[in-house]
Unconditional design. Structure first.
Lengths: 457, 117
């Protein structure tokens, strides 16, 4: 009711709700507001009056969010009579002569500067029915207000309400999107951490090292690796890359990693493990949205002479790189190994390689070989081999340190995540005779790491 | 602009084959455009050519879409040929085994000729 706020020490439920709305719309700050300034100017022009404001009524104060003309202070007390009374009613609020009206005669703006004699206001009403404040017109002379102008003033107030509603919706959408994005990124990062073993297990007679390089802090890729013992004393490892990025990729990585580990328990043959993964991925993603991965799966068996035989199978993955103790290197070709989880009848290529003391095997994902070098071409398999050639004999740790430096040197040329797994057989101590048997898989001679680059421009 | 862009246009070759021309870079931001074109293509009996002459880049999501095209063509019982892949992309496609499901030809004309052979 008119004139009651001052007399009411405790706020009514309706007023508490109204104040909640004022805070929700964020209206009590004193930031300049160009849109509302124009509304105030338009209101003054509409009435041919020297002053107009867009005012918001807070708990104890009234804030002039926008003011046109010499209105004075931007914050006033909540004395009844002007805006404080105007928000008590639904329609326009008009005082043709403030000095002759008991509602307003004692108001400070009437008694003092700027000497308001005419006051007309329309409430700014939210869709929920809360009246936040007013668009109001002040004049220093008494006058009448015709119905057309009052209706137009109501339209201006409605326009302000719509503007505020739009801003609130935009702010909410933005906040919701930010929350979702942050949540999804955190989830994906957490998932990714769980997808990589916290530390590689110690394999007797072998040095191992692994690393994961993230190309972009906010896009989580789907590279993965693992190394674990088999029941018969051999060891198995895998490394790969799932298609896509983000939380979807992390979920696919999780499925891939646990499927490969489970498959290895039943049948540690590398080709069989990849075939099982292929079947699982196809069953999981059969409804028209193909998902696949590329991977290398290997089984390690140590020989009495300290060497290791490695049986590899690969699907759609760049070849692993063997670095020999003598400084030569060659890829372990697994040609024809197809993408896993995508093709009707995929073929997974196998190969066998022996690691003698001083030799190392490097597995990587294509973030490394597809990185751009200074000349704009891709690093490629040959480029990688060239840059690692002078490290022999290659310890796994030293090898990954060298790759780490290489990725650092390539800098922005690295546009995708890179997972790395290095296995090396420690060089034989001096005085121990080398062992002879050359494995059949090595019948083709290792090529020297000449700076040739047939496919790289 | 660092945003990758992609356009896909569809036309009918005088032979009756559908030619989808892909221009730009194919990654997980642009792949939905090609996916829409691949889903909408008619896969006529005369076959379909994906013209990739102006494809500058293709990531794993892009490969997924190309394979979707392969599945659609298989389901329609009609041939599909990829034309004009760059040497870099051809090398990557061969590594991942796509050469065992796709035919590659250097140009659209050679691809159309391969469709009817």
């Amino acid at each position: 009711m008119l004139g009651t706020p001052e007399a009411a020490p405790s706020r009514t439920a309706g007023e508490r709700r109204r104040l909640d709305a004022v805070h929700r719309y964020g209206l009590l700050d004193d930031a300049p507001d160009g849109a509302l300034d124009r509304v105030a100017a338009l209101a003054a022009r509409l009435f041919g009056a020297p002053m107009a404001t867009v005012s918001v009524v807070g708990a104890d104060r009234i804030r002039l969010k926008a003011a046109y003309g010499p209105t004075g202070a931007r914050e006033l007390g909540r004395e009844p009579g002007l805006a404080a009374s105007a928000i008590e009613r639904d329609g326009p609020y008009v005082v043709p002569d403030t000095l002759r009206d008991p509602r307003t005669a004692a108001h400070p703006l009437v008694q003092g500067a700027p000497g308001v004699r005419f006051y007309a206001a329309a409430p700014i009403t939210t869709p929920g029915g809360d009246r936040l404040g007013t668009v109001d017109v002040w004049d220093t002379r008494p006058r009448e207000a015709d119905a057309d102008r009052l209706a137009a003033l109501g339209e201006l107030a409605a326009l302000v309400a719509e503007e505020l509603e739009g801003r609130l919706a935009a702010a909410r959408t933005l906040a919701a999107e930010r929350r979702m994005r942050t949540g999804a990124e955190r989830l994906a990062r957490t998932l990714q951490r769980t997808l990589l073993p916290p530390a590689l297990p110690a394999v007797p007679g072998l040095s191992t090292a692994a690393a994961y390089h993230t190309a972009s802090p906010d896009e989580v890729g789907g590279d993965f690796y693992d190394l674990f013992p088999l029941a018969d004393g051999r060891w198995a490892f895998f490394l790969g890359d799932v298609c896509g990025k983000g939380a979807d990729a992390a979920a696919l990585t999780s499925l891939t990693r646990y499927t490969l580990r489970a498959a290895a328990i039943h049948d540690p043959d590398p080709g069989a493990a990849l075939a099982t993964l292929d079947a699982v991925l196809k069953a999981e993603y059969q409804d028209g949205d193909p998902r696949y991965c590329t991977a290398v799966f290997g089984v390690l068996e140590s020989a009495p002479d300290g060497s290791f035989e490695v049986v590899l199978a690969a699907g759609g993955h760049p070849p692993a790189l063997v670095l020999r103790a003598d400084g030569t290197s060659r890829p372990v070709p697994t040609p024809g190994g197809q993408l896993i989880g995508l093709l009707p009848a995929p073929h997974f290529a196998r190969n066998t390689v022996r690691l003698d003391p001083g030799d190392a095997l490097l597995l990587y994902t294509d973030g490394l070989t597809e990185a751009r070098t200074d000349d704009g071409g891709m690093l490629g398999e040959d480029g990688l081999a060239d840059r690692l050639a002078d490290l022999a004999p290659h310890g796994a740790e030293a090898l990954l340190a060298a790759v780490d430096k290489l990725l650092g040197d390539l800098g922005d040329g690295v546009s995708d995540d890179t997972a790395l797994l290095a296995l090396s057989v420690p060089a034989r101590p001096a005085g121990v005779p080398p062992t002879a048997p050359v494995h059949p898989a090595l019948a083709d001679p290792p090529r020297p790491t000449a700076p040739s680059a047939q496919e790289n421009r | 602009m660092t945003e990758r862009t992609l356009t896909v246009t569809s036309r009918t070759h005088p032979s009756g084959a559908t030619v989808l021309t892909v221009d730009g870079e194919l990654d997980h931001h642009t792949a939905p455009q090609l996916r829409a074109a691949v889903e909408a293509a008619p896969y006529p009996p005369a076959g379909t050519v994906l013209d990739l002459t102006r494809l500058g880049y293709c990531d794993s999501t892009g490969i997924t879409v190309l394979v979707t095209g392969y599945h659609r063509a298989q389901a329609a019982g009609t041939p599909l040929v990829l034309a004009g892949l760059s040497a870099d992309l051809l090398r990557v496609f061969r590594i991942v085994g796509l050469d065992q499901i796709f035919s590659f030809r250097p140009t659209v004309d050679e691809a159309v000729a391969a469709l009817s052979s």
